[in-house]
Design a protein around this ligand. Structure first.
Ligand code: HEM
Length: 498
């Protein structure tokens, strides 16, 4: 009221006591000011407003600077070489602006720090350690696995109840029990039983290609359809027929899972860089409609099988057996069961289809590779009378070709782990604090001329028996490594080779 009085051109007449008491006792008296006096008081008030605003901005900037200094000095304080962070965005402004992808960026950094066994970066505001040295990578993935058992992201149950129960996402100790439960799915005996299902899809692929005659075919799309058919048959017991039916629901949903629209980009950004975004917007890990479709479908099939007592030797049968066994060490029911089928479909679909596409591309431009591979396959069919599990396992050159495809076109370009307990690695004088994210840039290792001379050359002979022995251990990690490696990789070999 006093200030209001002043600006409206009134004086406050003193009557003794403090302003407060005078004001409260209503002992103030407003007296009309002259024009000059009024403009003087207005100026005083304006200046005060400006000073207050500047002070406020200054305090804010100071606090932000303190935060930035404390947060982004993490690696320098530890005397670990690191990338200079950009304001509050850490090292990822280019990725946020879609100028570079995360894998490209990590591969560039891998090359830049060629003399360092490890270096630091900032994932938004979180420090992350990037490991370059294969022996150090082995140390983290295997020797010190107990301190780095989880992937460094959390899927919020309220944001995505299906993905959060998957083997890929769960954290230790639940992960350990679940992995032990699911590992028997991929024994050679079980995979052998799935081979006829895969061969059915191979026959549809052959018929489809035969019917194309001399037409130009988009092989990436064809491989996507083949992978959809194989994985839907092995994991859901459904023949998706996507090679025959253009609008196959499975194919549509499979594509949706990996749709790269704005929401999916924000979700990937959030899960990797800024978990707070996920919490606030409740973003699902993969496309919600597609995961819900696959989840519901799984339950329909499971109930049908249980009521008709039919079996097909696929993943659904194995999951029903696991659900019904008397193992009390883990509660394996409800969404925990269906989530595994959905996650096997999503983990295996795109990776398998892209690997086969790249293999076909390399064979098209390397006729010698194609000829040698064809000869090996014909020899195996002559020996066994057909494509058989044993025959596929014996095909050395086929294995070499796919190893080289997975080196040159690494499907999972980096691994990520979370340090759950302070860890000191004396050989490297490296102390990883609890809570630090650890990144292993596989694509960088696979393209390092130190391990793979002339890395852009497609050369399956790098993986011949003789040359394989000369490879630096832990420089080749297409399926990750250690107890948390890809659970499906034995199955992958059979599916893609067939
Ligand atoms: C070419 C095909 C594939 C590639 C390159 C690939 C690669 C990978 C990689 C790099 C990881 C992370 C490993 C780590 O963190 O150390 C992984 C994990 C995983 N993959 Fe695969 N994968 C492929 C196919 C499949 C298939 C077909 C399935 C399903 C049957 C599958 C299921 C999984 C699961 C469930 C995990 C998480 C394992 C865990 O956390 O215990 N993958 N995969």
């Amino acid at each position: 009221k006093v200030v209001e009085g002043l600006t409206k051109g009134y004086f406050v007449e003193e009557r003794g006591g403090s302003y407060r008491s005078r004001f409260r006792d209503e002992k103030i008296k407003l007296v009309q000011m002259s024009k000059m006096e009024a403009s003087f008081y207005k100026e005083v008030k304006d200046n005060w407003d400006l000073t207050r605003t500047l002070l406020f901005v200054f305090i804010l900037l100071f606090l932000a600077y303190c935060y930035w200094k404390r947060n982004f000095s993490y690696w320098t304080n530890k005397h670990i070489p690191c990338e200079k962070p950009f304001l509050f965005l850490g090292n990822f402004p280019d990725m946020i602006a879609s100028k570079q992808t995360v894998p490209q960026y990590l591969a560039n950094l891998y090359a830049k720090y060629q003399n360092e066994p490890y270096f630091g970066i900032y994932l938004f505001n979180r420090p992350a350690l990037v490991l370059r040295d294969p022996k150090l990578i082995k140390n983290v993935l295997i020797k010190n696995f107990a301190k780095f058992p989880n992937r460094a992201f959390t899927i919020d149950k309220s944001a995505d109840v299906i993905a959060c129960s998957s083997l890929f996402a769960v954290k230790n100790p639940e992960w350990k029990a679940l992995r032990a439960k699911l590992t028997p799915i991929f024994t050679s005996g079980k995979l052998k039983m799935m081979l006829p299902l895969i061969k059915e899809c191979c026959t549809s692929l052959k018929n489809y290609l035969d019917a194309q005659n001399d037409k130009v075919v988009d092989m990436k799309e064809v491989c996507g359809k083949y992978a959809t058919d194989v994985i839907s048959s092995c994991t859901f017991g459904v023949n998706a027929c996507s090679l025959v039916n253009e609008d196959s629901e499975f194919r549509v949903m499979g594509k949706r899972l990996f749709n790269s629209n704005l929401i999916r980009k924000v979700s990937a950004f959030g899960y990797f860089l800024a978990p707070a975004v996920i919490k606030v917007f409740k973003l699902s890990f993969l496309d919600r409609e597609a995961t819900v479709y696959l989840n519901d479908l799984f339950w329909r099939i499971l109930h049908e099988r249980e009521s008709n007592m039919t079996r097909r030797n696929d993943l659904v049968d194995i999951l029903i057996d696991l659900k019904n066994d008397n193992d009390k060490s883990i509660s394996f029911d409800g969404v925990t069961v269906s989530s595994q089928a959905v996650s096997f479909f999503s983990a295996g679909h795109e990776t398998t289809s892209s690997t086969i596409s790249f293999a076909l591309y390399e064979m098209a431009i390397n006729q010698d590779v194609q000829d040698r591979l064809r000869d090996e396959i014909h020899a195996s069919v002559r020996k066994y009378g057909d494509i058989t599990y044993e025959g596929v396992k014996e095909m050395r050159y086929l294995n070499m070709v796919f190893c080289e495809v997975l080196r040159k076109y690494t499907q999972a370009p980096f691994l990520i782990r979370e340090c759950v307990e302070d860890c000191f690695i004396p050989e490297y004088n490296l102390r990883a604090d609890k809570g630090t994210d650890v990144i292993i840039p596989i694509a960088g290792l696979h393209a390092d001329p130190k391990y793979y001379p002339d890395p852009q050359k497609f050369d399956p002979l790098r993986f011949s028996d003789v040359n394989r022995e000369k490879l630096t251990p832990y420089s080749y990690l297409p399926f990750g490594s250690g107890p948390r490696n890809c659970i499906g990789f034995q199955g992958v070999k059979i599916g893609r080779h067939s």
